[in-house]
Design a protein around this ligand. Structure first.
Ligand SMILES: Nc1ncnc2c1ncn2[C@@H]1O[C@H](COP(=O)(O)OP(=O)(O)OP(=O)(O)O)[C@@H](O)[C@H]1O
Ligand SMILES: [Mg+2]
Length: 256
């Protein structure tokens, strides 16, 4: 039973989309054997037809580090190398939850810091069945931003701790590979300046970068992004090929 008493009424209303999603999420996790009996990983290495699961790869980094440019080129590269791969991004603004996030980011809607954090997280959970379906079919995924962005940005706000922010993404699939494009905020700024969205402020980006560095684990590759688009692409291609070729029969672990 969900007890509304643990959240103030306005926060409860704002988080309603997340709460409504939970039963669906739990059902899809049960189907996939991801919850129950204290499981810490999902055995998605093979589907019923014995197809090797796809590789889950994530592009991370502060604003303007080149994530979208590189992710799209990597998807094209892998497909042309005969390794079926799809592009996904977070936030995914096309859903109902994504629409609220879009309004928040473009400064047309105000939300409590915790409420928007949970909505970013809910946006990832609502796409989980799609992620699982694609991976099970043997197709790789490159995601432009993931839970690490969610935590690094929210925890850069006053009064928001890394640990609290990590909570709502616990149990999502842990990527096989995280490509972190590292650039100082000054270098990023020289790429035509930050835009007009809410988080595009240099001081804020510095705190986000520090948070990212506290989140890294052994799935992360720290990539110096201060190179031309072509040089960076060359380095990243080697990393994604290694990941795709080495994932074979390994189970898909869970965050965190
Ligand atoms: N290696 C690079 N060197 C110089 N400029 C670059 C490089 N990569 C991307 N750019 C330029 O920097 C800008 C931001 O690139 P891109 O949108 O790929 O970054 P991003 O990390 O996805 O940004 P955001 O966080 O805002 O989504 C674009 O104008 C792009 O053409
Ligand atoms: Mg981008």
């Amino acid at each position: 039973m969900l007890r509304t008493g643990v959240l103030p009424p306005t926060l409860f209303n704002l988080c309603r989309p997340l709460l409504l999603l939970l039963p669906t999420h739990i059902r899809s996790c049960q189907k996939l054997g991801m919850v129950g009996a204290g499981r810490k990983s999902a055995n998605c290495s093979e589907n019923m037809e014995g197809v090797k699961r796809g590789t889950l790869m994530v592009m991370e980094g502060c604003d303007r580090t080149g994530k979208t440019t590189q992710a799209k080129q990597l998807v094209e590269f892998l497909n042309s190398a005969g390794k079926p791969t799809v592009f996904m991004r977070f936030p995914e603004r096309s859903t109902h939850i994504g629409g609220i996030i879009d309004k928040y980011l473009s400064n047309t809607q105000e939300l409590d810091d915790r409420a928007i954090h949970l909505l970013f997280s809910a946006n990832r959970w609502e796409l989980l069945p799609e992620i699982q379906k694609v991976l099970k079919s043997g197709t790789n995924i490159i995601i432009d931003r993931y839970a690490y962005s969610g935590v690094a940005f929210s925890a850069a706000k006053p009064g928001m701790s890394l640990e609290w922010c990590k909570g709502s993404d616990a149990g999502l699939p842990r990527p096989d590979l995280v490509l972190f494009l590292d650039l100082t905020p000054e270098q990023a700024l020289s790429r035509g300046g930050y835009g007009t969205e809410r988080y595009e402020i240099q001081k804020f980006q510095e705190r986000v970068r520090e948070n990212y560095h506290s989140l890294k684990d052994n799935s992360w590759k720290m990539i110096d992004a201060d190179r031309t688009i072509e040089k960076l692409q060359e380095v990243l291609r080697t990393e994604v090929l290694n990941a795709v070729n080495s994932v074979k029969q390994k189970e898909l672990p869970l965050l965190w």
